[in-house]
Design a protein around this ligand. Structure first.
Ligand SMILES: *Cc1c(COP(=O)(O)O)cnc(C)c1O
Length: 239
């Protein structure tokens, strides 16, 4: 398979990110472009790496395991972004560096226990269901402070910030209040808890990442616009 288009996709996403930073007065801010590889074959990994991408994400263990078995997988920092059953934690912990989808305390405790066995520390984000969509995982906004206090005390987890998925909307502009609310929540919790390293905002996907970057995203999770075929990559362009 031919992955020459990947370099173009990466370039375009980075341009869109830079434009969004400039528009919002965040010039020079670091935005980690994480490639969501769930819908692509493992052979996409070397092409992404050659194009300068060093962070990759998966949302299901069954799909992740074949990516991780590819020799090119070792060059990436891996992020787990999907809903995670407690009985899968033992597979995820040794292979992923970041977990974006901590959506309940029981999961945080299981992650910390498993990380202890391998002597590691995992970087974690609390997933927040800002829009309170019934079909989505995540803490409700009012439960985040309490969760942050408890997770921050777990010995093998490093609590680094918040993650959200915006609702599907016709125009990405409509997702702006969700991103703004997550940024506000991050600042408040960081200040109240005096946790300087609570500084990561994982928000923005193919359809809405320019708006997320304008509102303070430090990590965007981009699938279709990076690894999708040409007709699946319209997203952030036609706002
Ligand atoms: C699939 C997925 C993404 C990427 O979605 P695209 O629309 O393909 O960019 C981002 N975040 C999560 C949690 C996902 O499951």
């Amino acid at each position: 398979m031919d992955f020459e288009y990947i370099a173009d996709h990466v370039r375009r996403v980075r341009e869109n990110v830079n434009d969004a930073l400039v528009r919002s007065g965040r010039e020079g801010a670091a935005v980690n472009v994480i490639a969501v590889t769930k819908s692509a074959p493992p052979e996409v990994l070397p092409a992404l790496f050659q194009a300068g991408i060093t962070n990759a994400a998966e949302n299901r263990w069954q799909v992740a395991r074949e990516k991780l078995a590819h020799p090119g997988a070792k060059q990436f920092t891996w992020h787990f972004i999907g809903s995670l059953q407690t009985n899968k934690v033992k597979y995820i912990v040794p292979r992923f560096d970041w977990i974006h989808s901590v959506d309940r305390l029981e999961l945080a405790e299981a992650l910390s226990r498993e990380a202890a066995k391998t002597g590691r520390t995992l970087k974690v984000l609390l997933q927040v269901n800002i829009a309170r969509e019934p079909q989505k995982q995540g803490f409700h906004e009012e439960d985040v402070r309490r969760a942050a206090e408890l997770v921050a005390q777990l010995p093998h987890l490093e609590l680094r910030g918040l993650m959200t998925m915006a609702p599907k909307v016709a125009h990405s502009e409509e997702a702006r209040p969700v991103f703004r609310a997550l940024d506000e929540l991050l600042r408040q919790v960081r200040e109240e808890m005096q946790l300087p390293a609570f500084d990561q905002l994982s928000m923005g996907m193919s359809d809405d990442y320019p708006v997320a970057v304008e509102e303070g995203a430090t990590m965007i999770r981009v699938g279709r616009q990076l690894v999708g075929s040409a007709d699946a990559t319209q997203g952030g362009q036609n706002r």
